[in-house]
Design a binder for this molecule. Structure first.
Ligand SMILES: [Fe+2]
Ligand SMILES: [Fe+2]
Length: 170
């Protein structure tokens, strides 16, 4: 469906708000069916979001954004992927299911803050460095659409970590 084009930061922030909303809904959800559906949506959104950041946005930030911050972002993504794989492989009747979703939401909350923080956050630094946010936004929107239709059809792939070898789902 046609959408008004968003610049890179608007697109990524909209994703963040969407996932925050899904986490809030999960927290108040009653019943296993509702929880599973929300958790699956969270995993889908986060998988696509981390992927477009790692494939498109972060590489564009290379050399323009504090290196430590960028490196930490990759490690934080990888931490999230471990929990996403666990949640994907499990279900609401697992003893630690809700805890995993909660811890994932806390990790993401921290990560989003590092990206969105005023002045020294990643997005603020990238903007200051003059990245072409319109072009990046367009690229990411197209990639998002492509991944969404693929994953809806085939299911989510096992997440690939960049910074360490993660143990697979138990
Ligand atoms: Fe993000
Ligand atoms: Fe990120």
């Amino acid at each position: 469906m046609a959408q008004a084009p968003m610049d890179a930061i608007a697109l990524l922030k909209a994703d963040h708000r969407k996932v925050e909303d899904l986490f809030a809904k999960f927290e108040s959800a009653k019943g296993d069916g509702a929880k599973r559906k929300l958790a699956e949506q969270i995993c889908m959104e986060l998988t696509i979001h981390t992927q477009i950041e790692e494939d498109i946005f972060y590489p564009a930030c290379e050399g323009k954004v504090e290196e430590d911050l960028l490196k930490e972002a990759y490690v934080e993504h990888d931490g999230a992927k471990v929990l996403i794989a666990q949640i994907e492989a499990g279900g609401p009747d697992d003893e630690f299911y809700d805890a995993k979703v909660k811890v994932l939401s806390e990790e993401i909350e921290h990560h989003v803050e590092e990206e969105e923080k005023r002045v020294e956050g990643m997005f603020a630094q990238a903007k200051k460095a003059g990245l072409d946010m319109d072009a990046l936004g367009e690229q990411m929107a197209a990639e998002k659409e492509r991944l969404m239709s693929r994953y809806k059809k085939d299911g989510l792939p096992t997440p690939k970590t960049t910074t360490f070898t993660a143990p697979g789902p138990a």
